[in-house]
Structures are given as C-alpha cells and as structure tokens.
Design a protein around this ligand. Structure first.
Ligand SMILES: *[C@@H]1O[C@H](CO)[C@@H](O)[C@H](O)[C@H]1NC(C)=O
Length: 284
C-alpha cells in the first residue's frame, strides 16, 4: 500500500512538469510565419503606423537575423538567429531539423524590423548542425548558418561570444534581452502591430527551472517567465543578450518553452552559449 502511495506521488510529480514544445515547425513555426506575414501585409495597408518606432527599434538589435524558412514540404516557417561575423550566424538546430520537419532553405533577414520585406535578405542552405543535436532530449540545440559576406552598418552588426571572464559566468540574476519576430502574447491576433520586438528577462538558476521542466541540463540557460513576459513561438533560434563593458554579448539561443503557451508564467529555456563557445568559435 505504501509503495502504491509512493508510486502515485511519483506519477503526479512527473505529470506536474511542463512538457516542452516539440516539433517546432508543425506545432508553432508554420502557423506563426503565416500570422506574421498577414500582420505585416495589414500594416502595408496603413504604412504610416510603423514609421514612428521603427528607426529606434532597427538600430537596437543589429545582430538580429530573422529567418524565413522553406521546409522540404514547401511550407514556410520562421525563426531567429544572431550575426557572429560577416559570414556566420548562430541559431537553434531545431530551426533546421525539429525531429520531424526538415528545412531546405533559410532566408536570413538582416537590418530589418519586419520579416517578409526590407533589410538585407540572403538565401542559404549551408547550415552546420551540432553533431549531437537530439530533438527528443533537446540537447545541443545549436547550429551555425553560413552566408555570403555581409557588411556592417548602423543596423547590421555582429554580437560577441561570452569569452574571457564571461566564459564561466552563469549569469544568474542578470537581466538579459531577448529579441524576435514572434508573437508578443499567446492570444495576439493580426490586428497587433507586427515588427521585431524585445523583452528584458532575469536569468534564473537551472534548479529553479527544473521545478517547471524536470531535468534541466547544464548547457541550458533559463529565464523567468513571470508577469507574462517571455519568449514566444516564432522567437526560436534568436538572441538572448547582455551588455558587458559596453559590448553586447550573446548568452543564449532561444530553444524551448512550455508547450501550453508563453504567457503562463513558466520559464523559457535557451541554449547556454558558454557551453558551446569552443564549438562555435571553431566555425566562425
Ligand atoms: C530566396 O528565396 C526565396 C524563397 O524561396 C525566393 O522567393 C527568392 O527569389 C530567393 N532570392 C534569391 C536572390 O534567390
């Protein structure tokens, strides 16, 4: 009887954990790309609305690379990425292969606060996946995108890796900035202004994050999702950055959140860039 009680307690503890969002393209990315496209086209109809805030937002994240993704099925999906050099960007491995859906081309969108028009737009199928990317366990969710040379401008610039004194920093308690073209809430319709947005989020310990997702591996970095502020579907692969010594530093790559939604207060999980410094440096 006691073992039965323990078993029930164990099962309910397991069930209490949040299921991470999996098979990103079919569960979120394709729907999100269609929503962004429709919202951007609605803005075209009334172009005056976006002029005001766009210039400031444009220069604010010069390392941001939007990804318009063509899947082998022909469907269009969306992710983000971060410019690391004139020819390389970092993204999440699941943006190229989510365990069920394979991409065949990324259109990298640099220097634009809109995803489907504007900026410098570069097509590529050259993606270097982490050899141990595991869609089941969401381990090693990192990839490098290779593009033809792009020059830096006020709106296009590289972001640093967390090297030197930052290489062993866990960043707990630090406020970091996530950027993306994804939705700004679980119930955002096309009526909302659609452009690149950003949110400041405090980094939490992996132990606290594990209270939501169960086991959280060391190479994952989590931020608090309190007060409905978090990354959302569509933001996958995009940057989580801090400022250190006046320089912007990439500390996370948007990896996963709760399958139930992005505004429910659960943490959001990122690839911990310090865990992959050497792997990334060998490729940029
Ligand atoms: C890039 O890919 C998109 C989507 O397939 C296509 O519409 C566009 O013409 C391509 N651009 C170039 C320069 O090849």
């Amino acid at each position: 009887m006691k073992s039965f009680v323990l078993f029930v307690a164990f099962v309910s503890a397991v069930l209490a954990f949040e299921e991470p969002l999996r098979f990103y393209h079919e569960t979120a990315g394709i729907r999100e790309a269609a929503r962004i496209k429709q919202a951007e086209e609605a803005l075209d109809f009334d172009g005056g609305r976006i002029t005001g805030g766009s210039a400031a937002a444009l220069g604010a994240h010069p390392h941001m690379g939007g990804l318009v993704i063509t899947l082998t099925s022909g469907a269009t999906s969306v992710c983000g990425s971060s410019l690391l050099s004139n020819t390389r960007l970092a993204t999440a491995a699941h943006c190229w292969w989510d365990g069920r859906n394979q991409a065949r081309q990324f259109t990298v969108v640099l220097g634009s606060i809109r995803l489907f028009t504007g900026g410098v737009r570069i097509n590529t199928s050259n993606v270097q996946m982490h050899g141990s990317w595991n869609p089941s366990t969401i381990q090693n969710d990192v990839a490098i995108i290779v593009i033809g040379w792009v020059g830096y401008t006020n709106a296009i610039n590289r972001i640093n890796l967390p090297l030197g004194t930052l290489a062993n920093n866990l960043f707990v308690g630090t406020t970091a900035t996530a950027a993306g073209f994804g939705r700004t809430g679980d119930n955002v319709g096309i009526g909302n202004n659609q452009f690149l947005s950003h949110v400041n989020l405090p980094v939490i310990t992996n132990a606290v994050c594990a209270q939501t997702f169960g086991n959280v591996i060391a190479s994952t970095l989590c931020v608090s999702g309190a007060n409905g502020r978090s990354t959302c579907p569509g933001d996958s692969g995009g940057p989580l950055a801090v400022t250190s010594g006046g320089q912007r530093v990439l500390i996370g790559i948007t990896s996963f959140g709760s399958a139930r939604g992005c505004q429910l207060g659960f943490p959001a999980a990122f690839v911990r860039v310090t865990s992959f410094n050497a792997w990334i440096q060998a490729r940029i």
